[in-house]
Design a protein around this ligand. Sequence first.
Ligand SMILES: C[S@@+](CC[C@H](N)C(=O)[O-])C[C@H]1O[C@@H](n2cnc3c(N)ncnc32)[C@H](O)[C@@H]1O
Length: 185
Amino acid sequence: MLVEKTLEACGIERADVPGREIPVLVSLIRSVNPSRYAELGTRFGASLCVAHRAAPECVLISIDLQSAREWRALPNHPPVPPLPPHVFYRADTRHMILPPELRHSCNVVFVDADHTFDGVANDTRLAFEMIAPGGIAIWHDAAPTDAPEIDVNRYLVTAFPFEAVLVAGTSIAFCRVPSVPEGGG
Ligand SMILES: C[S@@+](CC[C@H](N)C(=O)[O-])C[C@H]1O[C@@H](n2cnc3c(N)ncnc32)[C@H](O)[C@@H]1O
């Protein structure tokens, strides 16, 4: 299920960063005071830089088919800030077997890799295996769109088993994981 709310309606303060999606991402990341942030899909590392800005002490983890350094070695890449220190896992998320150190150990997982329906479903499953109790999953490109290759919204509306929030005026959606597993003490 996907509902649309403002960050303020979720009790999260907007970060003091100009722009639109970036302050929302910064606020969501800061809202869990993370020690470990992971992202599925890094490309040139723009969102990695945002995470570093949001939480400078946080360990950053990137999972992608190729590293941000390799992406940045390609000609004509867009201007991006210097890459922050991070741990890179070269993997195809469709076949990735999660290393034990990534299991339920990340406070934030940013889902921004394969945007097909099956890809988002798979990456969301992986994200929830990575998130620690009390953490947060964040999806990019989650607003309704006519782009046929972007199925994030359709997945969240029709198949996601929990409630995700689409932040009004952005393409960012998120879902908090309870601090205590449901049914637990
Ligand atoms: C939209 S870009 C990520 C942009 C980045 N998060 C940012 O905001 O700067 C998508 C990235 O996902 C990666 N990707 C796509 N499918 C993937 C898969 N099955 N496994 C791992 N990475 C994948 C691509 O290589 C690409 O770097």
